[in-house]
Design a protein around this ligand. Sequence first.
Ligand SMILES: Nc1ncnc2c1ncn2[C@@H]1O[C@H](COP(=O)(O)OP(=O)(O)OP(=O)(O)O)[C@@H](O)[C@H]1O
Ligand SMILES: [Mg+2]
Length: 359
Amino acid sequence: MSEIVMELKAINKFFGSSQVIHNVNFKVQKGDFVTLLGPSGCGKTTILRMIAGFYEPDSGEIHLAGRQIEHVPPYARNTAMVFQEYALFPHMSVFENVAYGLRVRNLDEKTVKQKVGDALSLMQLSGMEDRYPNQMSGGQQQRVAVARALVMEPDVLLLDEPLSNLDAKLRESVRVELRTIQQQMGLTTIYVTHDQQEALSMSDSIIVMKKGYLHQQGKPHEIYFEPATPFVADFIGTTNLIQVTGNNALWANYEGQVLEMDAPCPEGTYTASIRPESIRLNEVAKAPHGENVLPATITHSMFLGEKMRYFLKDASGKEWLADIFDPGRKIYEGDVFMLFMPNRTHVIVGDAEGAESKG
Ligand SMILES: Nc1ncnc2c1ncn2[C@@H]1O[C@H](COP(=O)(O)OP(=O)(O)OP(=O)(O)O)[C@@H](O)[C@H]1O
Ligand SMILES: [Mg+2]
C-alpha cells in the first residue's frame, strides 16, 4: 500500500521581483527515492531549502508526515539536508560532526556512539572518527555530510548533489550503497542531480524542472519513453525531435512521408521524439518488420566502443542522430535509409512551452 508522506501544493517563490518557482505541485510516496532533475538555475536547491525550512514559499503549502509545515522553523521539522557545498563544522572531528544533531536531541551517549558508528560504517568511513574535515578529501567530506544526515532518520532526507566531488568509479559505488541503505532504512529521499544517468538508475520517481517550472514527474522509464514535453525528451538522454502533422488518428506526415505511430496522433502540428538507439540503418529501402523508412545521408560518424554514432541529414536538411550498438567492423557511409519502429516513435502532446504556459 502506498502512502503519501509529502506534498507540495501550488508553490511559488520570488527572490525580489523575479519569480524562480512557478506553481510547483508534487507528491512523494513514503520510502521513495525521488530525484529533482534539471539544468543549473532551474530551482532545485530552492525547492529543497523550502522543504527544509531555510526559505519560505511566497504562496502554496508543504505537507510532511501529516503536518502542514511551510511556516514551521527548520529545527521543528523532521528533515535533514546535505548541502551542495556540504558545510561540515571545520572545528569538529568526523565523529562530532555526525553526532551533532543527535546531541541536540539529547540522546544518551551510548545511543549516540551506536548510531554514529553505524552511519560511518555505512558510508565506509570507519576509522576516520577522529579526523577533522580539512584532513579529508572532498569525496570523504561529502560522505561525512551524508552520514550526518542519515543518522537523524528524518521524515525526508534532502540531498543536494551529494556525490558531485567523487570520481566516476567511487561515485558509482557510493550511488549503489546509498540506494541500498535508503531502501533498507525505508528512508524517503529527495535527491538533486543534473546527471541524467544517476537519475535514471537510482530513482523511484523523477521530477524534471526547467526555469522554475515542473515539466514532468514520473517513473524513470516513463520520463525516458513518454516525455511530456520536448524539453524532457531532449534533457533525458539524446533524442531526435521532429515537427509532424497529424492527419488522422494513427498517422502523421513528415516532409511528405507518412509515419506510422503507435499512439493516436492529435490533429495539426506537434512534436515527435525518436531516440538514436531506436533507429536502424539499411543500405536499401527495405523495412522487414513494417518500420517507417526515411532516406538520409551520413555526414559523419564516431566510433564509441560499444556503439557507432552516426550524424545524418534527410532530404529537408534536418539533422539526425542514430546509434548502432555492437557495431563490430560494419561502418555505413553515404546514402542510407533510416528505419524506425512505430512503437519507438513517441508523440509529445505538450508543445515546447506547454508546461510553462500552464504556470
Ligand atoms: N538567495 C537568492 N537570492 C536571489 N536569487 C536566488 C537566490 N538563490 C537562488 N536564486 C536564483 O534562483 C534560481 C534558482 O536557483 P537554485 O539555486 O534553486 O538553482 P539550482 O537548480 O539548484 O541550480 P544548480 O544546479 O546550479 O545548483 C536561480 O536563477 C538563482 O540565481
Ligand atoms: Mg543547486
